[in-house]
Design a protein around this ligand. Structure first.
Ligand code: SAM
Length: 289
């Protein structure tokens, strides 16, 4: 099968045909370089016959590169003009019938996808990249690996380890689902329009076993949010509202979980947060009870 990828002239022609002026609101920066989309697909190690989901296919640059491998793609696009043109673009460029399914939907709220995709590949809309990623990891457990392009600062944060200055709520929450790594940089010049920020590729592999139950995840993420909302504060203060209402009560829970009450959230792994959530939820943990 030969799929013809899109070049800069094709992208502009398609945008003109659809009367699409890329908008910041939808994070529309289209990749106009075939080498870049091939690099993303190769970083994701997409194989013939695999089931891939793409968030925000836009005019189809990356979509065609994924389809070129022989994989099947479900593409979730919010912009109706882009969603409605994509199947025709794929057919015109040599993609066989049935290899692509386009779903016009907001990726932030989609709850069902056809075909239990294993791989996520996307050049994400940058304004919503973290919530969209977490929503997909949470909602589609069939996803076991992927590569996404995001703003450089966001990618560095997702891949950051505890103890580093950039480790934050996105790093800790992403780690609930698996391991994340930086997988390369991308020049601003491969986009139209050229964005005002740098971009990186981030790869992930899902952990084979869930860390905890859904109820525990919700409790744990709440602690993560509290810890990083006041990241300069010691945990006994930052978490006091969730752990008994005072620094003293919070200290008792933290100590029972094996975490020093005087450290800050940036020191904690996601397992530490989970241990605290478990102790807090166990009978007898509330000193006021
Ligand atoms: N994949 C294309 C490429 O690489 O050229 C386009 C990437 S562009 C950075 C982001 C795409 O996501 C746009 O097509 C935009 O319309 C779409 N998008 C933005 N917000 C979205 C959402 N909430 N759900 C689904 N698609 C969205």
């Amino acid at each position: 099968m030969t799929v013809q990828l899109l070049g800069a002239a094709d992208i502009r022609r398609l945008a003109a045909e659809l009367d699409v002026t890329p908008t910041k609101r939808l994070g529309q920066n289209f990749v106009v370089d075939a080498n870049t989309v091939r690099k993303i697909v190769s970083a994701a190690r997409v194989e013939d016959g695999e089931s891939v989901v793409e968030i925000g296919p836009g005019l189809g640059s990356l979509t065609l590169a994924i389809l070129e491998t022989g994989a099947r793609v479900t593409a979730v696009e919010i912009d109706p003009r882009l969603a409605s043109r994509l199947a025709r673009t794929a057919a015109e460029r040599g993609v066989p019938d049935g290899a692509l399914e386009v779903v016009e939907h907001d990726a932030m709220t989609i709850e069902e996808l056809p075909g239990a995709p294993r791989v996520l590949v996307a050049n994400l809309p940058y304004n919503v990249s973290v919530p969209v990623l977490l929503h997909f990891m949470q909602t589609f457990p069939s996803l076991d690996r992927g590569v996404v392009m995001v703003q450089a600062e966001v990618g560095e944060r997702l891949a950051a380890a505890p103890g580093s200055k950039i480790y934050g709520a996105p790093s800790a929450k992403a780690a609930w689902y698996g391991s994340w790594r930086l997988a390369g940089t991308v020049s601003r010049q491969v986009f139209w329009p050229v964005p005002g920020v740098d971009s990186v590729l981030v790869g992930f592999s899902r952990s084979p076993h869930a860390l905890g139950t859904e109820e525990e995840r919700v409790r744990t993420f709440r602690l993560v949010d509290l810890a990083f909302q006041q990241r300069r504060k010691m945990l006994r203060q930052a978490l006091s509202s969730a752990l008994g209402g005072s620094a003293t009560a919070a200290s008792a829970v933290l100590e029972a979980a094996g975490v020093a009450p005087t450290v800050r959230g940036e020191q904690l792994t996601i397992d530490d947060f989970l241990r605290i959530a478990r102790v807090a939820a166990s009978p007898g943990a509330d000193p006021s009870a």
